[in-house]
Ligand binder design. Sequence first.
Ligand code: IMP
Length: 225
Amino acid sequence: MNTQEDKEGLGSNMKIVFATGNAHKVQEVNDIAKGSGIEFELPPDGFNPLENGLTFEENSLIKAQEAARISGRISLADDSGLCVEALNGEPGIYSARYDTTPQKRIDKLLNNLTEVANRRAKFVCAMTLVDKDGKTIRQEVGECHGKIAHTQTGNNGFGYDPIFIPDGYDITIAQMSEEEKNTISHRSRALRKMIEFVNSWSLDAQSYSDTDNNYSGDNFSKICH
Ligand code: IMP
């Protein structure tokens, strides 16, 4: 692999395809990346990955490779979800498919935790950066730990935000501003690590390894990956 060639275009104003069909998500990652010299762009039309991985990491790789395949460019993807300790890490990678609507997903989770004392949970986000040929450059994982509330509160955010209280807070994420969420969220943590990597990316081939990532999980992480 020609690392010199593959890094071309990466500099102080680099553009990276962000593997999603959701323009709001691209806006969110660009807000987090503000000032980093990196700008994320939607993939071309036709982005339609088959997310059949068994881990967040696998699904983010599948999405990144699909974006690279249709764009022919360096691409970054994320995959995220909520892992609840008392439910053996569920809903995990099935967070978006736990039930048919966002409200039903929240209701189902709260019902499954009725009279359960252990409310520990975490949001997990895996990100994979691939080169234009779909080869992994880097994987990073970000986590946001907290607990599941007994009732839902707040109207901001999306998904499980109204029932997730991050450690150090007594409000749900849905009661926070987007800026506040971006300081602690799993996605922002993974993205900041990825940006740090990209900005310090050495042309030395040794730093260009698909097995070189700095994530090591605890036991709770293992049941969720
Ligand atoms: P995705 O991989 O980012 O599309 O997330 C998959 C699913 O996980 C979403 O549909 C949500 O149900 C849940 N999820 C991921 N991130 C968040 C978050 O920041 N807040 C609330 N729910 C989230």
